[in-house]
Design a protein around this ligand. Sequence first.
Ligand code: NI
Length: 187
Amino acid sequence: MILMKDILDEKDKRLHLKSKEVEFPLSKEDKQVIEDMIQYLHDSQVPELSEKYNLRPGMGMSAVQLGVLKRYFVVVNDITEEDAEKQEFETYVLINPRIISNSEEQIYVEEGEGCLSINRPVEGIIPRSARVTMEAYDMEGRKIHVRAREELSVCFQHELDHLNGILITDRIDPKNPYKGRENARGI
Ligand code: NI
């Protein structure tokens, strides 16, 4: 099980390295890392579990955040309807992902993007495409296309940045932390 101590902190230089393409079939180790990431993200969004294990809630995680410099990430999106009795999630595993199309429209997360590797408040916003289509491979090595919009689109772009060694702090200019806000829609 992954705990907070297992997630690299922003001071770790590995977070600024570019991760390498993955070859198929996936190794046992990579499958395990993926399963562990899914479990962390899921548990971190279930209040009782997040409290029990002291997990900071997160929606996405890239392998590099565990020190594995390979191009894959996992996203667990809470799609629970209002008034639902039980939480519901959809899970994405994207291996060797790339963006094949993106909207011109830009959005940004008003409260700022969170990152499991950055354990402090970061002032500023990051304009990102409101919609993206990613091409990637699933765990069996099949090519997949995934379309995302709004928060999920931001999350995919944030994780893809991780695979390229880019953190949110690299995207925000401290002298002008709200740069681009006038051309983007807040979400
Ligand atoms: Ni992050």
